[in-house]
Design a protein around this ligand. Structure first.
Ligand SMILES: Nc1ncnc2c1ncn2[C@@H]1O[C@H](COP(=O)(O)OP(=O)(O)OP(=O)(O)O)[C@@H](O)[C@H]1O
Ligand SMILES: [Mg+2]
Ligand SMILES: [Mg+2]
Length: 616
């Protein structure tokens, strides 16, 4: 079982607070921040092949120059508004700077780049301050290809087509919809359940234990990161029962099982901010939904132009007994950071709690008491007056739960930072495992995904959804404390892991890791992975270049029968089944904001949704 150690992090922007880490990982206090950096290692075999395929590289220095560790870097300066949050980052960032390639350091001095581009406004000032603090220059032309870092709210095909692996950093994995649409996540979890139960059935160890162990127990999956081995979760333990309405059998099953004593929530697959959500509480509402869904499916216009049909939807069992804070419903926004995709370096990060303004009444028809999104609360005339009450820090939540429920519910002290945090981490790790082999991975892609959790009155933890491009607003005091730190550490970790991967250095210890907790260290994973771009980027045979101490060597691909060598059948959906052709299936949507571009084959048009922040 994963072990937690609890320490304090005096440098946290919220002041001293418990820091929880898993297993062998050190607390912040133990992190060897002041330790001398490892000497930069010469370019390893993997880097050679990664570089070998790129197009003309303009300013890129030679591999010799990159590996050089002299001269010393210019002092790292941080933007004033980030000083608090990033205070502890300074020495680490300086160490990172010292590792900058020679050519990049020269460019800093010459005032030409490195360049960064930000698409949209979500978090833009924080990202911009961070990059400018490194001496980088902002460019406004989204078509320029000479950027070092590109952070876009809206994914667009061209960014991925022109992306130069191993040279650039690009925010958002192109097919993160596997996690961040409602249908994507549901399908991925279902498919993973099938895989896990098959593994369970065939594993001799599991067979031996079958008689003595409950079905929920002891199915160990071994993650090479800090998070294994773990008992495999079952999706029904943490994900409310959900049905797709775009698949006829599923919706028929739902319409049959519904009864008046239940409440369900109906959501579009790829919307956010609570848009298009409604509750289903009686037969009339369900019958109306049934008619509507059928009419869309039968509509000849939508049959002809399925991309014009309304978004596909899911119905999900509504958690009717949420834990309440002073009588108000809330959910918790946490972060899943994929700092590096080759190898995977995946982290958990704390966020904040989002409360409704009004008291929770399960029978009320006013959605603002049921939907905890900030966007829903902003619609209230009371919002401006009471907005600070709608966002709580995790410390605040922890204190409240200690005070109100620790004794009455027999909870461990600091339940929020122990049991709850661990549960969120397990769930995120599980979801990541479900899509790990399917995400498109290139060195330089990174992603920050917002994960929404609901706690019910029995302190059971439910994952509601995951969001791409999570809101990075700082319009409340708590958000001002939390968000800049999240963004800064995201960028720090993306840069550090990028540079280490490029040079074939081992990832740990991560000098820029402060509050994020490592969930998955993919250094021992088999890669290139099927579905990832690495299929085309084979590492050289092991014999050609002897591994250096500390350098990572990609594991050789397995034989033809090996699970990792088997590519996903073309035309298969995220659940491995043939993609639904029914109207309303995860189909492209209109109204994309930002530069109007065609989606790439790997990008659903729905993902080019308007630059409205998701998961607000
Ligand atoms: N199964 C559920 N049971 C109870 N409440 C739910 C459930 N699903 C969603 N909610 C409530 O509705 C809100 C919106 O749902 P959800 O987060 O799935 O939609 P969204 O439109 O993607 O919102 P976001 O702005 O967070 O991206 C949640 O924050 C939560 O308060
Ligand atoms: Mg949400
Ligand atoms: Mg959402």
């Amino acid at each position: 079982m994963a072990r937690f150690t609890v320490g304090t992090s005096p440098s946290h922007p919220l002041g001293p607070r418990p820091v929880h880490r898993l297993g062998p990982q050190k607390t912040d206090g133990e992190q060897p921040r002041g330790a001398a950096p490892e000497p930069a290692k010469p370019v390893g075999p993997r880097r050679r092949w990664a570089w070998g395929r790129g197009r003309a590289r303009g300013r890129e220095p030679s591999s010799q120059a990159r590996a050089s560790d002299t001269p010393p870097p210019p002092p790292h300066h941080l933007p004033i508004d980030l000083l608090d949050a990033a205070d502890t980052a300074r020495p680490q960032a300086s160490l990172l700077d010292r590792r900058l390639p020679e050519g990049e350091r020269q460019l800093r001095g010459s005032g030409q780049g490195p360049y960064f581009y930000i698409g949209g406004t979500n978090g833009a000032s924080i990202i911009s301050s961070y990059c400018k603090g490194k001496g980088w220059q902002r460019i406004e032309d989204s078509r320029r290809e000479d950027y070092k870092l590109k952070w876009c709210e809206v994914k667009c095909r061209d960014s991925y087509y022109s992306f130069r692996e191993g040279e650039q950093l690009l925010y958002q994995l192109p097919n993160n919809k596997l996690l961040t649409t409602k249908i994507g996540l549901l399908s991925a979890l279902r498919e993973y359940s099938r895989v896990v139960s098959r593994t369970h059935e065939t594993s001799p160890c599991a067979q031996a234990k079958k008689d003595t162990t409950s079905a929920l127990e002891e199915l160990a999956w071994t993650s090479p990161g800090c998070f294994g081995p773990q008992r495999a979760l079952k999706m029904e333990e943490f994900f409310p029962e959900t049905y797709r309405l775009d698949i006829r059998d599923e919706r028929e099953a739902f319409f049959t099982l519904f009864d008046e004593n239940q409440t369900w929530i109906c959501k579009p697959t790829a919307s956010n901010q609570g848009k298009g959500i409604f509750l289903l509480r009686n037969q009339e509402e369900v019958a109306a939904l049934q008619v509507k869904t059928q009419s869309i499916e039968d509509d000849p216009i939508y049959r002809k132009m399925p991309f014009r049909a309304p978004q596909a939807r899911v119905v999900q069992r509504y958690i009717q007994n949420p834990l309440l804070l002073d009588g108000k419903k809330f959910d918790v926004r946490s972060y899943l950071l994929i700092a590096c995709a080759t190898p995977y370096m995946v982290f958990f990060g704390h966020g904040y709690a989002r409360l409704t303004l009004s008291l929770y009444d399960p029978h009320s028809s006013d959605l603002s008491g049921h939907l905890t999104n900030q966007f829903m609360q902003k619609k209230s005339p009371l919002y401006m007056l009471l907005k600070e009450d709608t966002v709580w820090s995790m410390d605040h939540l922890n204190r409240y739960i200690n005070d109100k429920f620790r004794k009455t519910k027999g909870l461990p002290r600091d339940w929020v930072f122990t049991t709850f945090t661990k549960r969120m981490q397990q769930i995120m790790a599980h979801c990541f495992q479900a899509v790990k082999s399917k995400l498109q991975c290139k060195l330089g892609y990174f992603d920050l995904i917002g994960c929404d959790f609901l706690i019910d009155e029995n302190f059971k933890v439910w994952l509601l959804e995951m969001n791409s491009n999570p809101a990075l607003h700082t319009n409340c005091e708590v958000l001002k404390e939390v968000i800049p730190g999240v963004v800064t550490e995201t960028l720090d970790l993306a840069l550090e892991t990028f540079q280490k991967s490029l040079r074939g250095q081992k990832m740990l210890p991560l000098l820029s890791q402060r509050h994020f907790v490592l969930l998955h260290d993919g250094e021992a994973d088999l890669w290139p992975r099927p579905g990832g771009s690495r299929g085309a980027l084979r590492p050289p045979p092991p014999l050609r270049a002897a591994p250096r101490p500390g350098a990572r060597t990609p594991a050789p691909p397995r034989g033809p029968g090996g699970a990792h060598a088997r590519p996903r059948p073309p035309g298969r959906g995220p659940d491995g089944g043939a993609q639904s052709r029914e109207p309303g299936a995860e189909r492209p949507r209109e109204g994309a904001g930002g530069p109007a571009r065609e989606p790439s084959p790997g990008l659903a048009e729905e993902e080019r949704k308007s630059a409205g922040h998701r998961g607000s």
